[in-house]
Design a protein around this ligand. Structure first.
Ligand code: HAM
Length: 410
């Protein structure tokens, strides 16, 4: 019986796992430099953690969550995002006593979306969150962190940063009403999908990809008109600081993001090289969310990036090749070969053995696998405790004693 992978899931191996691991290394290094501590949370949580905060109206909750009932009738959900679990973990473990509290995490997320290039049902996210500061420094810092990390992972790639402000929560609520009215007045010119969102979630119509919708959206009332002067000044300040850091920004007045918990600064980093799923990284402020989840009334800001989307843009990382490939003449030498194999590995070298007691075959496999050295354990040499060590980069060959192997290689 052949069992296929679940639709929208994928295995990572070979070149792809090299890319994945390199991304994780860069993430950890960037986190260290900016002073963010790692946090790993469970893959499933109580469903209520996601239902309310993400917005009962937002797509993620309505259609995309993998929810199941446990044997004790508890409703659980495979995490569709990492912000709410990180807040939950910070509250559960008393990590919000010293503020600001800065955390990052990487791991699998689950959304039952229609799979396509760059969109999967199980995917990996990088997530950075800063809890407890309203200072514009925190906004600039988290965006700068994203920008620096993307430059490390994707040097030379053209990635644009779109930014907007949503104002406070009341501004957003009022804006939804104004938008609903505007779209209702224009519903004859909207796609049927957008018409279905007029009452429930008019903000989602703003990022519709439908050409007809785009025209209507272009002329819609703008949220910025509702935002207070103080909030606008603070937003202007953030833009100035970002420009001071040579971070190029595009202001997108229709950028509202897909989850309901955002307010004030929102941003997205995009690439035009990966098709329709072009957002590599997205985030923003979520003042009020920590309180809603049972924590203190403190602000927060963060972002998440899709690792698979970053991988689509990455060049192949250099493959790692083994240090030593063994070539063993025949089974009678096995006892000695096992000892040598063990000794070399214990001395920190990577060793490959192909179980083919055939020197010729081993030689060709070693060069195919681009090994650095081949160590030949042959009948004749073995009697004298001699081994032939061949450097496959320069072709040099040497007869060495067992005790000399390490020195020669290092
Ligand atoms: P999000 O925009 O839903 O935000 O997801 C962030 C990123 O995850 C996307 O930009 C994309 O790169 C990746 N992503 C999302 N869905 C998929 C998918 N189905 N397949 C592959 N990649 C995907 C959040 O999740 C927020 N929690 C971000 C945040 C953190 N806001 C504040 N803090």
């Amino acid at each position: 019986m052949k069992i296929n992978p679940v639709r929208g899931t994928h295995d990572l191996f070979g070149k792809e796992i090299n890319k994945f691991n390199n991304i994780i290394l860069e993430v950890k290094d960037t986190a260290r430099k900016f002073g963010f501590d790692e946090i790993i949370t469970p893959i499933f949580e109580k469903s209520d953690l996601f239902k309310k905060p993400l917005g009962e109206q937002s797509d993620v909750v309505l259609k995309e969550m993998y929810t199941f009932t446990d044997r004790n009738e508890e409703e659980l959900t495979l995490r569709p995002e990492y912000t709410t679990p990180m807040i939950r973990a910070a509250i559960s473990n008393g990590l919000l006593n010293n503020l600001p509290a800065k955390f990052f995490g990487t791991g699998q997320m689950f959304r039952r979306e229609r799979p396509q290039k760059g969109r999967y049902r199980q995917f990996n996210q990088i997530n950075f969150e800063n809890f407890g500061s309203d200072d514009s420094f925190a906004d600039v810092e988290i965006i700068n962190l994203a920008s620096q990390l993307l430059k490390k992972i994707l040097p030379k790639k053209n990635i644009s940063l779109n930014i907007n402000t949503l104002g406070n929560r009341e501004n957003l609520q009022d804006y939804k009403k104004i938008l609903s009215k505007y779209f209702k007045d224009n519903q004859n010119s909207l796609s049927s999908e957008s018409v279905s969102k007029i009452d429930s979630n008019p903000l989602r119509i703003l990022d519709s990809k439908n050409i007809q919708d785009k025209e209507i959206v272009l002329k819609c009332p703008k949220l910025i008109e509702l935002i207070s002067k103080t909030d606008l000044n603070s937003y202007e300040e953030i833009k100035v600081y970002l420009k001071d850091l040579d971070i190029t920004i595009f202001e997108d007045l229709n950028l509202v993001r897909g989850l309901d918990y955002y307010c004030h600064t929102v941003f997205e980093f995009k690439s035009n090289e990966i098709g329709s799923q072009d957002t590599l990284l997205g985030g923003g402020r979520y003042n009020g969310l920590i309180n809603k989840l049972g924590g203190k009334d403190i602000p927060g800001i963060g972002w998440a990036a899709g690792i698979e989307r970053l991988m689509l843009l990455m060049n192949d990382s250099p493959a790692t090749s083994e240090d030593i490939h063994l070539a063993i003449q025949d089974q009678t030498l096995k006892k000695n070969a096992i000892k040598i194999h063990d000794y070399l590995i214990k001395n920190n070298l990577s060793v490959y053995w192909n179980y083919k007691y055939n020197i010729k075959k081993s030689l060709s496999l070693a060069s195919e696998k681009k090994a650095k050295f081949i160590l030949i354990i042959g009948e004749e040499e073995n009697i004298e405790n001699n081994y032939i060590l061949k450097n496959l980069y320069n072709g040099e060959q040497k007869v060495v004693k067992f005790e000399e192997i390490l020195d020669y290689i290092k």
